[in-house]
Structures are given as structure tokens and as C-alpha cells.
Design a binder for this molecule. Structure first.
Ligand code: ZN
Length: 207
């Protein structure tokens, strides 16, 4: 499979792009451009006929737009962002790291592209890998995103850790005062939520 090398003009970053993918994207651009022309070849209107950037130009601009932080390729314009980068590409909003993965590795056969570096805005192709959703979750667990708030510190938490412990301690099956319905009412929860707490399906880290 042929690979084409692109180099950033300002930072020397290199991107080896899959030749077949490049060709496909070029064709897609041609199709989209053609769709914006009337049968006689005249433009439909000025606004929609603004041609998408050439793929090669897009890649060079991408390389010039990123800088390295601990090996991660981060947007120069917005280096503090923490979420996935989205860009308009061939008229579609796409996740940039997925596009870079596609360009450098070929097809994405799987719905998820994951980060070895655990840094969502990073677009360094060497930090990206393809995996199933399951592997994605396992990967996150293995890396233990320990700084993600859990328990009462999570923003959506309705309970304190002490209340969770209290529910587990006082719960008595079928009891009118300490059964699921009673505890649900006492703490303003759904009965299913109480069951999950008692069974340890939720608030797992609170023991
Ligand atoms: Zn990275």
C-alpha cells in the first residue's frame, strides 16, 4: 500500500498518509463538487459552491496547526482544550483524531478510535489505536482514570458516601421501614437505584 509523506512547514512534524484513502477522499471531493454544479456546468449558488479544501492542503494546514506537548499533537490555537476536536471536512463535521487515524492507517473497521495517551484532543497518529468499545473501556480501566470524580464528588450524585453506606447497612428485604420502597422514598431515589446500590452495581468504589 502506497504511503505519502507530508511534512509541517513550521514544526517539521511528519504524517504518512495512506495512498488509497487519499484517493478516496479526493474522489469524494470531486463528487461533492460535481453535485454543486447545475447539469450545464454552472454553479448552483455562490454560498454552497465554495469548494472544500483540497485534501493535501488540508493535511498541510493540519500539520501547521498543531504543536507537540509531551508528544501529543495539540491545536496551537486552543492548547488547553480537553475534548475531542471536530472539524468540517468535505462538508461534514468529523472527529479530527478519527480522520487522522483513517488517513494514516487506512480503513476504520470499528466504531472507536482510542488514545494511548488518554488525551482526547491529541491527534498524533502514533497515539491512536483502533479497538472495540469494550477494549476502549478496558483500556481506560487499565490506565485507571483515577482522577475522574466518582461517588459523591461526581456532579450528578444525589447521595453522599455516608448515605450510600447507610442504605447498605439498614436495608432489609421486604421490610416496610427498611425495604427498597421505603429507602427509595426516604432518599428521593427510584427503587431500581436503591436495588443497584444494595447489590453494589452502583457506587462500587464506596465501601
Ligand atoms: Zn497523544
Amino acid at each position: 500500500m502506497s504511503k505519502k509523506l507530508f511534512t509541517g512547514t513550521t514544526n517539521g512534524l511528519e504524517l504518512w498518509v495512506d495512498g488509497q484513502v487519499l484517493e478516496k477522499l479526493r474522489q469524494e471531493r470531486e463528487i461533492r463538487l460535481a453535485a454543486r454544479l447545475n447539469p450545464d456546468g454552472t454553479k448552483i449558488n455562490k454560498k454552497v459552491t465554495k469548494p472544500p479544501k483540497l485534501i493535501d492542503t488540508f493535511i498541510r494546514q493540519f500539520l501547521d496547526d498543531v504543536s507537540q506537548h509531551n508528544g501529543c499533537w495539540i491545536s496551537k490555537e486552543n492548547p488547553t482544550m480537553t475534548h475531542y476536536r471536530r472539524i468540517l471536512f468535505c462538508g461534514r463535521l468529523v472527529l479530527l483524531h478519527r480522520l487522522i487515524y483513517l488517513l494514516t492507517r487506512g480503513e476504520i473497521n470499528d466504531p472507536s478510535v482510542c488514545h494511548h495517551c488518554d488525551n482526547p484532543p491529541c491527534c498524533n497518529p502514533n497515539h491512536l489505536f483502533n479497538g472495540t468499545q469494550k477494549i476502549n473501556v478496558l483500556d481506560c480501566i487499565q490506565k485507571d482514570r483515577g482522577n475522574r470524580p466518582y461517588g459523591e464528588l461526581a456532579s450528578a450524585a444525589k447521595l453522599t458516601n455516608d448515605e450510600v453506606l447507610e442504605i447498605r447497612k439498614t436495608y432489609k428485604r421486604y421490610s416496610k421501614t427498611f425495604g427498597t420502597p421505603a429507602l427509595a422514598q426516604k432518599y428521593g431515589l427510584g427503587q431500581a437505584s436503591v436495588s443497584k446500590i444494595v447489590l453494589g452495581k452502583t457506587w462500587r468504589k464506596v465501601v
